[in-house]
Write a protein of this length. Structure first.
Length: 116
């Protein structure tokens, strides 16, 4: 019986509810190919931060993995990344060509792109 409760808990922790799924898909407004290109060139950009945020690049690669998955294939780490991305997009300033702008690009959000 305990095993059953643990399984339910795991499913609950790995399910992206409708709100999170929608918010994540809206926050990540770059195409996969645009994100791949950005992650490839960002660290070579002379305007990149003196000490680039490796967590930002790591998160960008996690975003790519999430975009390749079906909703039912997400794990607890995916859910945590999705929440972090949504929160980062909501709270970070979006001034053009700032370090924050580059960080948002690294997690798949182009703040200069018009919402559809």
């Amino acid at each position: 019986m305990c095993g059953g409760n643990k399984e339910v808990s795991t499913v609950a922790e790995t399910w992206a509810d409708d709100g999170l799924w929608h918010d994540f898909r809206r926050a990540v407004n770059m195409s996969m190919s645009a994100l791949v290109d950005w992650l490839r060139i960002a660290p070579t950009d002379p305007d990149w931060e003196v000490h680039p945020d490796p967590a930002g690049l790591w998160t960008g690669y996690r975003v790519l993995n999430i975009l390749r998955k079906q909703r039912g294939e997400l794990d607890a780490e995916d859910i945590a990344v999705m929440r972090r991305v949504v929160e980062d997009v909501r709270t970070e300033p979006t001034s053009e060509y700032s370090a924050w702008h580059r960080r948002l690009l690294s997690i798949g959000h182009d703040p200069l792109k018009k919402a559809a």
